[in-house]
Design a protein around this ligand. Structure first.
Ligand code: TYM
Length: 333
């Protein structure tokens, strides 16, 4: 391993990637990839905590891999892999489950929200989801975890579990830090700017997919919910406009002040039309590269095989240490 600090992050292949995933997480990964030793995972074990159609899960997993690369994550420099290919994730999760309290998991807001939505399928996996996430992170002795705002609580739990293990069995895990960007850590739904943009939203006008065509993007932005104040101002009273300015700023690189100034005294129509073009042009190279990559399944396969091999070497080392510390007899075969 190099002397660089380590990053781990992942996305669930439980649907297609949204602009929220891209701006809240993946865009930051791209900026961090040269400075750190990075592990970017497609967390399919997490995805099955809610029912998935097997063939869709397979397709989404491959598409997310292609979208990582199309977004600019260099597979030569980073380790890109599929979670279920490295069995150490599930193995460490079991050990960590035995160190995590029911009360801690009961407090997780995402569990509370998800269990409300999945009352008919309240499985144990949904409950212990954050423990698997802790295993993901801790296996690689991760320093930094770049995620959107909604994952902050899970990260705090991962830190607590790591500290608890270290206290009980001696220093084993690095305590990871969370990395959340100042702007764009919580991209909101275009239809309900008080809730997060999510691929599981029933209303498809609420989210933009990285795969959406230019016309679909234009239509969704045109329909985005705003307010009647008719001023382009970044403030909490105007959550719809605040969200649109955030998207504009993150994709164009222009500061919020510059954007406010540019649209001073103008209504929403011009702002929305320009924003639509910023999004269309911002995502165009990504979509084109993605389409090319999906035609080259052999290449994608090569990336995930190499990724899993590399990830597993590191993960095995940590897991062996853990097994030894908890008192398992070392495997001799
Ligand atoms: P997932 O698949 O829900 O989301 C992937 C990443 O996208 C971020 N994100 C958002 N950011 C801003 N605005 C939004 N509207 C938005 N929606 C999603 C998420 O914060 C996340 O960073 N549990 C994780 C996956 C995971 C993981 C890990 C992450 C599993 N193991 C280990 C980091 C480290 C999740 O549900 O991601």
């Amino acid at each position: 391993m190099s002397d660089k600090k380590v990053i781990f992050s992942g996305v669930q292949p439980s649907g297609e990637l949204t602009l929220g995933n891209y701006l809240g997480a993946i865009k930051n990964w791209i900026e961090l990839q040269y400075e750190y030793e990075c592990y970017y995972c497609i967390v399919d074990l997490h995805a099955i905590t809610v029912p998935q159609v097997p063939k869709d899960l397979r397709r989404n997993t491959l598409e997310i891999l292609a979208q990582y690369i199309a977004s600019g994550i260099d597979p030569e420099k980073n380790t890109i892999f599929i979670q279920s290919h490295v069995s150490e994730h599930a193995e460490l999760a079991w050990v960590l489950n035995c160190l995590t309290y029911m009360g801690e998991l009961n407090r997780m807001t995402q569990f509370k929200e998800k269990s409300r939505k999945n009352e008919a399928n309240l499985n144990a996996g949904l409950f212990t989801y954050p423990v698997l996430m802790a295993a993901d992170i801790l296996l690689y002795q991760t320093d930094l975890v770049p995620v959107g705002e909604d994952q902050k609580q899970h990260l705090e739990l991962a830190r607590d579990i790591a500290k608890r293990f270290n206290n009980r069995y001696s220093e084993t895990f690095k305590i990871p830090e969370v990395y959340i960007s100042k702007v764009g850590a919580r991209i909101m739904s275009l239809q309900d700017p008080l809730s997060k943009m999510s691929k599981s939203d029933n209303n498809e006008n609420g989210y933009i997919l990285l795969k959406d065509s230019p016309d679909v993007i234009r239509r969704k932005i045109k329909r985005a919910v705003t307010d009647s104040l008719n001023r382009v101002k970044y403030c909490d009273e105007q959550p719809g406009i605040k969200n649109l300015i955030t998207i504009y700023s993150k994709l164009s690189g222009d500061s919020i002040e510059e954007i406010e100034k540019r649209y001073e005294g103008q209504g929403y129509a011009k702002f929305k039309a320009d924003l639509a073009e910023v999004v269309v042009e911002g995502l165009r190279p990504l979509r084109e590269k993605f389409e090319d990559l999906m035609k080259n399944k052999d290449y994608l396969e090569k990336v995930y095989i190499e990724g899993a091999n590399k990830a597993q070497r590191v993960a095995r080392k940590t897991l062996s240490k853990v097994y030894r510390k908890v008192g398992f007899i070392q495997r001799k075969y």
